[in-house]
Design a protein around this ligand. Structure first.
Ligand code: HEM
Length: 328
């Protein structure tokens, strides 16, 4: 198994591909866009989007949950967040998929080409069409909240591109994984419907039990010892968060999907430390609103065909998840 080191695919994202001090400077420039106050402003529109999608799907009864529910909500949410008017859903899905794979073992030149296409589209079409007063403008026109994103080169565009596409495949995977979990464990869906206050914890439990990103790669800058294993400097290390999330030394009965689990939030699905997912508040918000809308309208998720996982080493997602939404 191998992976693509940052410099080999020709891009450098200002956050995920950088160490301090560059990372610190770049993250400070955008961090406030994800503050609790910013999320409170975003929530009503995401709620409306989630309710609209769930209403339409519930009216159909039987749906392909990936295309009817899991893919469209992140597209709508990221548009509300950034101001970028997206191209068609299939293009968004293929760009989100490609960017999600960039640093993974199964990335190939085709994925780099798609990532380049997304950047070129953003520069040529997405940025010129940005409305006034949106995150896209704060980044592109002002260089972030404190104006410290470089004006020359690609830094501003790469920042906007990474925020834009990092939240597509990741959140889409989480929403479908949630439906799958509740189809498999209807008693847990009953619990959520009986006590909607459990929904935020249920979101954490879906992230722990079936994390979108299985793993990330790191390169050591200095020798390290992790869990008694010596790792030399300049080594490629695969951090398997999905395994940590099912660690029996950390989580009691880890394979059990339990929406009341008291320490569900201790999962590593958003990573940890300085690279902790910047968009985690957005992912949490949209998934809470999604499950809330479903809980009001759907009593059961019943599989109507085979659930098919996507062949993808980076993101654990479904390519097909046909379900019947049994009305509440
Ligand atoms: C369920 C959905 C999501 C999951 C599971 C997820 C997961 C992650 C993980 C594991 C990392 C750490 C990467 C590393 O350590 O190298 C990360 C970083 C990041 N995520 Fe997310 N993410 C999600 C949604 C989002 C959304 C919605 C956005 C944007 C709106 C976003 C933007 C970012 C960015 C910009 C970084 C880089 C942060 C940095 O390096 O400082 N993510 N994400």
């Amino acid at each position: 198994m191998g992976y693509t080191r940052v410099t080999e695919h020709g891009y450098r994202y200002p956050l995920v591909d950088n160490d301090p001090p560059e990372h610190t400077r770049a993250r400070r420039a955008v961090q406030n866009q994800f503050s609790p106050a910013a999320m409170a402003r975003l929530r009503p529109a995401v709620r409306q989007a989630a309710t609209g999608l769930v209403d339409a799907a519930a009216a159909m009864g039987e749906v392909e949950a990936v295309t009817a529910l899991a893919q469209p909500l992140p597209d709508l949410t990221i548009r509300l967040l950034t101001g970028i008017e997206p191209p068609d859903p299939d293009t968004m899905a293929s760009w989100g998929d490609a960017v999600g794979r960039l640093a993974s073992a199964d990335a190939d030149p085709w994925h780099s080409e798609l990532a380049t296409d997304s950047l070129e589209w953003l520069a040529a079409k997405g940025v010129p069409a940005l409305p006034e007063h949106c995150m896209g403008r704060v980044i592109m026109d002002s260089g972030g909240e404190d104006g410290r994103l470089a004006e020359d080169g690609l830094e501003r565009l790469m920042m906007l591109d990474s925020i834009w596409l990092a939240g597509i495949d990741s959140s889409g995977s989480l929403l479908a994984n949630a439906i799958n979990a509740f189809a498999e464990f209807p008693d847990q869906w009953d619990a959520v419907r009986e006590r909607p206050a459990l929904i935020p914890n249920a979101v954490e439990e879906v992230m722990r039990w079936d994390a979108p990103f299985r793993s990330f790669y790191r390169r050591t800058l200095a020798p390290a010892n992790i869990g008694g294993v010596d790792i030399p400097a300049d080594a490629d290390v695969c951090v398997i968060m999905a395994a940590a999330n099912r660690d029996p030394d950390r989580f009691a009965d880890p394979d059990r999907f339990d929406v009341t689990r008291p320490d569900a939030r201790a999962h590593l699905a958003f990573g940890a430390s300085i690279h902790l997912c910047l968009g985690a508040p957005v992912a949490r918000l949209e998934t809470v609103e999604f499950l809330t809308a479903l809980a009001g309208r759907v009593r059961r998720f019943e599989r109507t065909g085979e659930a098919v996982r996507s062949a993808n080493q980076a993101v654990r997602k479904f390519s097909s998840l046909p379900v019947r939404l049994v009305p509440a």
